[in-house]
Design a protein. Structure first.
Length: 255
């Protein structure tokens, strides 16, 4: 039987459509990340967590010097608090750094040639020197420096390179800042985001805004009224002159 040319064309078009439909269907079935019901379904040493094959479920599955974060093995933070650091250094964004000002050394502390001289812990004024008072658990001289501002000090928090997430080392500072803000209910606070010089001006403005907004969100979750927090992105316009590590920061300023 002779097949008409028009019918041949129809068959060719139909065959092409079948191939295309099959290809699209196979693409839809393929997940972006390997799905699983158990570790046996994962390959290359991956483990099954929440139906997805990931690199790790606990830090014990990562090598030495690494920890598990969001299913991936990443470099372990050098520190989580200032006490983890030697020689009077401060823990900033998970790394031990020399201090650059007194404000980085905690209540009543002093920064002397890159090393913090910590204030003495106390429970009562009697635990402190004659010219000091016990304030918030530390011996301090509240009258030193003058200025007449009765507000408590707010610590700067720092960030890793190209990152707007809050490191564990910065949470204690933010917790203390939140308590300070709640004690000073009559004032609002500007959260001033900064970056180092890496990246374009436009990118750095956006990154500094994300950092400041992340801090605002953290404080709001602790109970601070978001209306009292004003995000101010500065990008790389106000470098500290003390290196990139000190530039990647969010500063607090009473308003």
């Amino acid at each position: 039987m002779r097949v008409q040319p028009g019918f041949r064309f129809y068959l060719a078009v139909l065959a092409v459509c079948v191939v295309v439909v099959a290809a699209v269907a196979s693409c839809k079935k393929k997940p972006k990340t390997p799905a699983c019901d158990g570790n046996d379904d994962c390959k290359d040493g991956l483990v099954c967590v929440n139906k997805q094959c990931v690199q790790c479920s606990t830090s014990a599955e990562c090598g030495e010097g690494k920890e598990c974060k969001d299913g991936a093995c990443v470099a372990k933070a050098e520190c989580t608090k200032d006490l983890d650091c030697p020689d009077g250094q401060v823990c900033q964004a998970g790394a031990c750094r020399p201090c650059s000002n007194d404000g980085e050394c905690g209540p009543g502390g002093q920064c002397l040639v890159g090393k913090c001289k910590r204030a003495t812990a106390c429970k009562a004024d009697e635990d402190c020197a004659d010219d000091e008072d016990c304030i918030d658990g530390f011996c301090q001289r509240p009258w030193a420096g003058g200025g007449g501002d009765a507000t408590c000090p707010l610590a700067t928090v720092f960030f890793a390179l190209d990152d707007a997430s809050i490191a564990q080392s910065e949470r204690d500072r933010l917790d203390a800042n939140q308590q300070c803000i709640e004690k000073t209910a009559a004032k609002t606070v500007m959260l001033i985001g900064h970056t180092d010089q890496t990246g374009t001006d436009e990118y750095n403005i956006a990154l500094s805004e994300r950092r400041a907004q992340t801090v605002a969100d953290y404080l709001a979750r602790l109970g601070t009224d978001p209306a009292r927090l004003h995000v101010v992105p500065k990008g790389e316009s106000e470098l500290t002159g003390n290196g990139d590590d000190k530039d990647r920061r969010v500063e607090f300023q009473w308003k």
